[in-house]
Design a binder for this molecule. Structure first.
Ligand SMILES: NC(=O)c1ccc[n+]([C@@H]2O[C@H](COP(=O)([O-])OP(=O)(O)OC[C@H]3O[C@@H](n4cnc5c(N)ncnc54)[C@H](OP(=O)(O)O)[C@@H]3O)[C@@H](O)[C@H]2O)c1
Length: 298
């Protein structure tokens, strides 16, 4: 385990030597953990999100771990602000070598209950904002004939995701832009990677309590996927099982629908029971802890 950790850190350090990496959504979850991994590799990062306090705390932690970190506060759902951010970074920090479009937001809501704003809000933060930032930073990459754009997406784009229509549609737009970018600029030194993340245990899952019962990646392993993407620069990273479902959808969409119709609800009911069981075990442990407390105090 220590060997793999060491090798990862070494490879990431090599890949990021004398490079500037910009990470959006660095104040929480996957982006925050990846920023810490980048700092342990001794690299130079620009950390972007809205929450300045969190970013300042993270930057101090990054410096303590041996990295260098610069904080840039921006609302990435605002295209004008994204253009301004790109211009400020180029002017004051210099060209970005690796851009990680990680910031994002999801809404879990059935289509018939969605508010019109849901679709626009999620397009703004998951597609139009990152698009404006990428377009702002790409010219400087092209001038130097090198650069890497990493787009954080979701396996929902591969498998389809009931109740996440607004989110998955916005991520699909970002993915298709990333794909076109790679095809157009790949021969001019620009690499583009799309990472289709499975469920990851981060604050993003908190509003849906049942997700605590779902199998999910821990944040450290999710962040490492980004690290390996920085090192190896693949076109796409995704779990094998969701890629198999994507192939199934391409060759036999009816079959995938058949599975969804029969398995989606029973799976959620099973996870619901698992969640209830986990909650009751937690309550029992809390009660046991409380009843032990006064005795211990004697
Ligand atoms: N967790 C999962 O299961 C999962 C699965 C597949 C894909 N993903 C993707 O992974 C990425 C990271 O998600 P996470 O799970 O780490 O979520 P998270 O813990 O909720 O973090 C989201 C990050 O995005 C930033 N952000 C949100 N809205 C923003 C805005 N308008 N302007 C600037 N920054 C904004 C947040 O910072 P501020 O609030 O400080 O602005 C925060 O740093 C997202 O793109 C998400 O779609 C997550």
């Amino acid at each position: 385990m220590i060997f793999f950790e060491h090798r990862y850190r070494q490879r990431l350090a090599q890949a990021l030597r004398n490079q500037r990496i910009l990470i959006t959504g660095a104040s929480s979850g996957i982006g925050r953990e990846f920023a810490l991994q980048v700092a342990r590799a001794g690299a130079n990062a620009i950390l972007v999100a809205r929450n300045r306090d969190e970013l300042d705390r993270l930057a101090a932690e990054c410096e303590r771990l041996g990295g260098r970190a610069r904080v840039r506060v921006a609302d990435l759902s605002d295209v004008i602000e994204c253009r301004r951010l790109a211009a400020t970074v180029l002017r004051e920090d210099g060209a970005v070598d690796v851009l990680v479009n990680n910031a994002g937001r999801s809404i879990r809501r059935p289509i018939m209950e969605c508010k019109p704003d849901d679709f626009e809000d999620l397009m703004a933060v998951n597609y139009f904002g990152p698009l404006a930032l990428t377009l702002g930073l790409i010219p400087a990459m092209l001038e130097r004939s090198r650069g890497h754009v990493i787009q954080i997406s979701t396996i929902g784009v591969q498998t389809g995701a009931p109740n996440f229509a607004a989110y998955v549609a916005a991520k699909a737009a970002a993915e298709h832009f990333a794909r076109a970018l790679r095809l157009e600029l790949g021969n001019r030194g620009i690499d583009v990677t799309t990472i289709q993340m499975p469920l990851v245990r981060t604050p993003m899952l908190a509003p849906t309590r049942i997700y605590s019962a779902f199998p999910a990646l821990d944040v450290e392993r999710a962040a490492r996927k980004i690290g390996w993407a920085v090192v190896k620069r693949p076109a796409r990273l995704a779990p094998l099982w969701s890629s198999v479902l994507a192939v199934l959808h391409a060759v036999a969409p009816g079959l995938l629908q058949w599975f969804f119709d029969r398995l989606h609800d029973p799976f959620h009911e099973w996870m619901g029971r698992r969640h209830a069981h986990m909650e009751s075990r937690r309550d029992a442990q809390t009660d046991a802890g409380e009843s032990k407390g006064p005795k211990d105090a004697k």
